[in-house]
Design a protein around this ligand. Structure first.
Ligand SMILES: C[S@@+](CC[C@H](N)C(=O)[O-])C[C@H]1O[C@@H](n2cnc3c(N)ncnc32)[C@H](O)[C@@H]1O
Length: 242
């Protein structure tokens, strides 16, 4: 074998070793580099932990199959609402925009655990009637007050604080008015959640109000949801108390 051939063989062997090393380094090592080979991940279907939950989830499952015209939040957003409400031990939740009760039922999953109450507002009598049926079928009608009519007119007199969590999902240009009416009743540490807070959908006045007030802290979760703003009403600590 002449010298040129030997150099070629050495060069090819070097490339093979390099390629194999790169493959080995890139291999999945759970706990160190993660499971990069997984195509997609999912939170799976909701699981009932009690008969009460099973009854609510059964109605939610039925509503999943008949969403047309109801403008319901996606299931993931509903699950998020439940997690937020339950994790702050919400006992008084206000929802503006009931539709047929879909998102309200997710909130009720939290409220059954916290012995809380939902006050929900709907202007459309047909949807309000459907919501009443669905709350009854799910066994949560006793913990829900459904206020029928224009929430701009009814909100202030129907809600007394302290409110733990507000979910705004009605007429988009109305969000700022709802916020102004309900914010004084939200307890420090409470949450205000806005749906469809996305470019082109959200009222700029609402966005400004939740992002520029120093007493509020807001994040926007636009990916994989329909655009949710989560706003915390901060606990303002008295500097003299430290
Ligand atoms: C997007 S849907 C609500 C969906 C519901 N949150 C769910 O996920 O199941 C908006 C609802 O707000 C109601 N709505 C609109 N303007 C309203 C107002 N001024 N007062 C009360 N409800 C209103 C509509 O009739 C509609 O049912």
């Amino acid at each position: 074998m002449d010298k040129v051939m030997a150099r070629w063989i050495m060069a090819i062997a070097g490339c093979v070793v390099l390629a194999m090393s790169a493959m080995l380094i890139g291999q999945e090592r759970p706990g160190r580099r993660g499971f990069r080979g997984m195509a997609s991940i999912s939170e799976g279907q909701p699981q009932a932990a009690s008969e009460k939950e099973a009854r609510i989830l059964a109605v939610l499952g039925r509503l999943e199959a008949s969403r047309a015209g109801m403008m319901n939040v996606p299931m993931r957003d509903g699950r998020l609402l439940r997690i937020l409400a339950e994790s702050i031990s919400a006992r008084q939740v206000v929802e503006i925009g009931t539709s047929n009760g879909y998102s309200g039922l997710w909130l009720c999953l939290a409220l059954t655990a916290t012995s809380g109450r939902l006050t929900t507002f709907e202007i459309d009598p047909t949807r309000a009637a459907l919501a009443r049926e669905n709350f009854k079928a799910a066994g949560v009608d006793a913990m829900v007050s459904l206020i029928e009519g224009d929430a701009h007119q009814t909100l202030s007199q129907s809600v007394t604080g302290p409110v733990d969590l507000v979910f705004i999902d009605a007429d988009k240009p109305g969000y700022l008015d709802y916020l102004q009416k309900v914010l004084p009743k939200v307890r420090p540490g409470g949450l205000i959640i806005g749906h469809n807070v996305t470019e082109g959908m959200v009222d700029p006045g609402y966005l400004k109000a939740i992002t520029s007030d120093p007493s509020l802290e807001t994040v926007l979760l636009p990916q994989d949801t329909s655009g949710i703003s989560i706003t915390l009403k901060k606990r303002l600590v008295d500097p003299n108390s430290r």
